[in-house]
Design a protein around this ligand. Structure first.
Ligand code: FAD
Length: 447
């Protein structure tokens, strides 16, 4: 019988449940005291051992081709585990060979049921041109590692044991739930709908993972309708509490809505005469929305703002990456001059960054640093000429990004938010950014 593994988390959960049915019952009958042998300090994930060895052609083939290395890696064996290949071979033959036929039959049947489901491949990062599976794309979008547990997960007392053993079981449950949510972020993922698809034996774990993902805002965040009456995940400790949120900027609005979702009674206080804080669109000047504050979503990938816009059905306009510059005489700057000035400006910023990382000197302004480096290159911003005019444009553009003149921007800390930047297309909210805050506010009021 040809063993055709389907590497989809839900298929793997069902295959694991079928495996457990045979494996644990068999060894209970034989009154074996230890069901999972220990290797490299952790119990061996017997399902994965069976699944992977058969995926790679069966025990004889893996043994003869000495391919245990790849299996050790996939089952997360510590690299210090001595003679892992020899041990895995022994474990397989002792524990799994006697029930191999039953296991092959049961697991093949499960995979056959899943084989006809098409798991699409989605391009997730246009910048890197990468191709990920649909599940991988969804988990990346949720800002979680696909094949590992993140610290916030490991620190949950209930999940810690899955970090130590059975990490892959946890990840299959978590990745499956995240994939379901990203199928349609505009509607709430309801536990009662989800649980039916999950094998009974893993439902308890799945309900805890579901609750964790929801509370942490990895799924079911934004401006969704409140959940249906039937709540199967217990939240009695959270319900009926009152919370005051100060400030109806976008953060306060989203937080208020998220808290409402969990049954909190929210009192939202705002000091100004309008909601939105630093978000304000005005139609008064041009008769069409102009943003006086926040205007752009800078990077759609992994950005919760993209989810909010989908939920509120707000159209976005992708910005062109090209930005033609015109000189004081109205003529278009030639591409060679334009590129040369941009390269020079980037080189200056790079050098400034390198000097900063080595320096123990006190802080100064970014303007001072830029001028010092330019002086070193015999360039003064006070001279006339196309190069300085173009450099001045780049400086003004950076001042716009920093919302302050560079002589008031810290050399040491001006780009401290860089690690949190989003990737992907930059977009303009066609109807003005206020449409987003108003959408959240209306959902909040209509509770
Ligand atoms: C000109 C400008 C352009 C920008 N452009 C962009 C952009 O294109 N893209 C982007 O992503 N970001 C942009 N930003 C940044 C973005 O606006 C903010 O990061 C974001 O709006 C912050 O939202 P917030 O809810 O955290 O804070 P805020 O919007 O500042 O909201 C805080 C709210 O709390 C209220 N408040 C404060 N103290 C009290 C109190 N004691 N009692 C009651 N109410 C109180 C305030 O009145 C305000 O309504 C821009 C900012 C500015 C100023």
């Amino acid at each position: 019988m040809k063993y055709e593994r389907v590497s989809d988390p839900l298929a793997l959960l069902h295959a694991r449940a079928a495996f457990n049915n045979i494996y644990y019952i068999k060894y209970k009958q034989h009154k074996k005291t230890r069901n999972e042998p220990i290797l490299g300090g952790r119990p061996v994930d017997m399902f994965l051992v069976f699944d992977l060895i058969n995926h790679y052609g069966g025990i004889e083939k893996v043994y003869n081709s000495r391919s245990f290395g790849i299996i050790s890696k996939f089952i997360r064996l510590s690299p210090t585990a001595t003679s892992a290949g020899h041990s895995l071979n022994r474990i397989y033959r002792f524990y799994l060979s006697p029930i191999e036929r039953d296991l092959l039959e049961a697991l093949s049947q499960v995979y056959l049921n899943f084989k006809n489901l098409k798991f699409s491949r989605t391009r997730v990062s246009k910048a890197e041109n990468s191709t990920l599976t649909e599940v991988e794309a969804a988990v990346v979008e949720a800002r979680l590692p696909v094949y590992d547990m993140e610290d916030t997960e490991i620190l949950q007392p209930y999940f810690y044991k899955y970090h130590k053993d059975h990490t892959d079981l946890y990840l299959d449950v978590r990745n499956h739930l995240i994939r379901l949510w990203y199928h349609n972020v505009a509607s709430r993922l309801e536990w009662n709908d989800v649980k039916r698809g999950i094998p009974v034996v893993f439902r308890d774990l799945a309900s805890k993972v579901f609750e964790f993902l929801e509370i942490e805002g990895f799924i079911n965040f934004g401006v969704l309708p409140l959940r249906r009456n039937v709540i199967s995940v217990p939240r009695s400790s959270l319900r009926k509490k009152k919370v005051i949120v100060v400030g109806a900027g976008i953060s306060g609005l989203v937080a208020s809505r998220h808290l409402q979702t969990f049954g909190f009674e929210v009192l939202l206080l705002e000091g100004a005469s309008k909601i939105g804080g630093r978000v304000e669109s005005s139609c008064e000047i041009f008769g069409a929305p102009v943003d006086l504050g926040t205007m752009l979503i800078t990077g759609l990938e992994q950005n919760p703002m993209a989810v909010l816009c989908k939920q509120l059905n707000i159209p976005l306009q992708v910005l062109r990456v090209t930005c033609p510059l015109f000189d004081v005489n109205g003529n278009l700057v030639s591409s060679s001059e334009d590129e040369a000035a941009e390269d020079l400006f980037n080189e200056v910023l790079e050098r400034s960054g390198k000097e900063k990382s080595k320096s123990t000197r006190p802080d100064k302004s970014l303007q001072a640093s830029v001028e010092e480096i330019l002086a070193d290159k015999n360039i003064s911003l006070s001279t006339r000429g196309i190069t300085t005019r173009l450099l001045s444009w780049h400086i003004a553009n950076l001042e716009y990004g920093c919302a302050a003149p560079l002589n008031r921007v810290s050399w040491k800390h001006w780009n401290q938010d860089d690690p949190f930047e989003f990737e992907g297309e930059h977009v303009l909210v066609k109807s003005g950014f206020s449409a987003i805050v108003e959408g959240i506010f209306i959902t909040f009021l209509n509770h």
